[in-house]
Ligand binder design. Sequence first.
Ligand code: SF4
Length: 565
Amino acid sequence: MLRFVQEADASRSVTRRVDDKEIPDAVPVGEYPVRRVHRGTCTEMKRQGFCIARETGSVQSVDADTGIAHPGNLVEVGDMVEMAMGKDDLCDRVPVSLEGSGENPCIHQDMTDDVGVAEEATAWNPPDRHGRIIRFSHPMSVMPSLIHECLAGLPELVEDVARKEGISPRIAARSVARGRLVIPANPNRHHRTCGIGEGCRVKVNVNVGTSGPLCDLALEEAKARAALENGADTLMDLSTGGDLRAIRRMLLSLDVPVGTVPVYEAVRRAGSAADVDADLLFSVIREHCRDGVDFLTLHCGVNRDVLSALRTDPRIMPVVSRGGAFHVAMMVQRDEENPLYEEFDYLLEILSEYGVVASLGDGMRPGCLQDAERHAKTVEYLTLGRLAGRALEAGVQRMIEGPGHVPLPQVPCNVQAIKELSNGAPLYLLGPIVTDLAPGYDHVVSAIGGAVAAMQGADFLCMVSPSEHLALPNVDDIVEGTRVARIAAHIGDISRHREGYRAARELQMAEARQKLDWNAMFSLALFGDHARRIHERDGESETCSMCGDLCAVKLVREIFRRKGE
Ligand code: SF4
């Protein structure tokens, strides 16, 4: 988007700030090939009423008198479309914006309100007689992404995150601009802010959601609330059963950033992964963005190269990521490239339009220790690194997911490899599961891996519950898993910020223990109520029931006191 503004400026030899409203008449922004043509009835067009162009490269016919757009297209794939931005005195009521980036600008009416179509009849110039030129007739309000805002100044959102994290706002803004810190905050919703990445404490995500046979909205809400009460920073909805939109909207009503995996819903709607096509997938992605989802797991790295690596260097468990499996099924059955990879620019446009963070999914994460170092994962890492660079260039915030089941000694090099390949993009970890032999305790297993990974630079840990690999988690599983993940994140924090307040809190705990000050210990503990319950179950006393009257702390303290030391 910034580039379009700069090009428009260059074409007139004027310098102008992004937020300058003095935009000249019909400045050509560029000529672009039509990449996709939106066919059939477009509910988006109907809702927006007077949009001229909605989908990428899709130029719709517009009634000159009413301003109503019709679903019939005036262009075909391969046609060139000249995008223009400008103003017209006739129009003063319709806020419009130019959004999008790369080669796929998207021009549409501001989505903040539904203005009556009749009032706007004169607001639009229809495409020219060839149907090839779109001219907007209103001062453009250019809406920069958070990355662009950080390049130009200090957005309030960044200041808020910096305040919470105890870091300099300017450094936080620089980290956002460099793609090393993301702030999932869809402008369509308001919730507490959460920074993930450089300079921030390690965050914890908790997955909730239904599965095919188990669909209970009340249970999912109870799980989500339990997660938040026990330290979750974000929630992800992995629902695949029941009323998916109702579950998503329930989660979106909570005061927390929410992520989803749109391909799950696309598969449910299509009936099978093989029946999901690009249009359906992009339409679900857009719907999630419009609903207010803050970050989306998108398996863009599962491409033909990865598939080929999977075949030439087979693994014991070829694919264990559900989203990864869906994309493999789509690609193999339809003999097509993954649309999220093939049309990555278009995907970025949608994310940019809604200010949503891309979480580049690890569809090839290994499912057992023996598969940890096979080619498929490495090829996916390389792909994700490249895509992360393109996203940043387009002003789209993104993070990288990884790395699945990995032996503990390989955790540091996996973290460093992803960080290196993505130029320090925030790293969102599922696991790492560092042994496959502890089902029922995988929350502990992944906390061990997560703590080591966080120490090495991972930024965001996904809670693994005790029921991982066994069943859909219940509320107790979520509580236990969240607490253990929170502990792993804290260990990561104190490993990385030795001089920070977290280390000070560790010192205070040591002093409270030396004083046998139980109340101070419980207030400093990450989960003080739990600690208090255990301590008090054998009755209250100055020491604890572990050593009783032979308490080492008390014994040495009193000896030193008697000696005047
Ligand atoms: S009784 Fe034993 S375990 Fe308990 S505080 Fe004293 S030394 Fe520690």
